[in-house]
Design a protein around this ligand. Structure first.
Ligand code: AP5
Length: 210
């Protein structure tokens, strides 16, 4: 099963991808998490990536497409994968076709812009794994600690109001137009109301997959 999860920043893609990964035993491939990991490095590439992510802009296609294609060629993707955060524009969507990567299902998590700020301001993540929590809506078992490792949770550097504004602008300009690319393609496309609680959204996704 090869799934693409689409949606506005903060729609819940990472949260649902984490759950689906466990439910279906498929790889969870988050380009945001990959880029946050790369940006920890002091290398030129790491610094370059960090400057794009921290300003809310998309990392250039030539960097991210190669990273993604390499990532999904790893063994843990043989059973299938769920893409969270890729593709982000039409060029990236076409690159999957060009690389001969077929997709079974596209799921679009729909949410209103008004809900985004509340979700992002309460978000806390485990930096090493990318696991995402929310102080109110999806709290960890122990306050401020990752459920699996017990390590400290942090706030993302791009979850600041001015950067969120930029990310939303990029989403409307570059990512939303890509929805039509998939709607017009011979591929199963589902739209889900992602404004409901985490569990309700998961149930809808699993119903589609099953
Ligand atoms: P990325 O990490 O992909 O960020 P994003 O797409 O902006 O999405 P988010 O991670 O912010 O949100 P999400 O939908 O995963 O929501 P989450 O589940 O965390 O990308 C970051 C940056 O990397 C980009 O800006 C760009 O610079 C770069 N990048 C990444 N991919 C790229 C690409 N392909 N090309 C170029 N550049 C790229 O949920 C949000 C919060 O809400 C959490 O606290 C969660 O607990 C809570 N929550 C989730 N679901 C619910 C619910 N149903 N009810 C209540 N709360 C909920």
């Amino acid at each position: 099963m090869r799934i693409i999860l689409l949606g506005m920043p903060g729609a819940g893609k990472g949260t649902q991808a984490q759950i689906i990964e466990e439910e279906l035993a498929i790889a969870n491939v988050s380009t945001g998490a990959i880029l946050r990991e790369v940006s920890k490095s002091k290398s030129d590439l790491g610094q370059k990536v960090q400057s794009y992510v921290n300003s809310g802009q998309l990392v250039p296609d030539e960097i991210i497409i190669e990273m993604l294609v390499q990532r999904i060629s790893k063994d843990d993707c043989n059973n299938g994968f769920i893409l969270d955060g890729f593709p982000r524009n039409i060029e990236q969507a076409k690159s999957l076709d060009q690389a001969g990567v077929s997709i079974d299902l596209v799921i679009y998590l729909k949410i209103l812009e008004e809900q985004i700020i509340e979700r992002m301001s309460g978000r806390r993540i485990h930096l090493a794994s990318g696991r995402s929590y929310h102080t109110t809506f999806n709290p960890p078992k122990v306050d401020g600690k990752d459920d699996l490792t017990g390590e400290e949770l942090v706030q993302r550097s791009d979850d600041k109001p001015d950067v969120i504004k930029k990310r939303l602008e990029v989403y409307f300009n570059e990512t939303e137009p890509m929805l039509d690319f998939y709607k017009n393609k011979d591929i199963q496309f589902y739209e889900i109301d992602a404004s409901e609680p985490v569990k309700a959204v998961t149930e809808k996704i699993l119903k589609i997959i099953n």
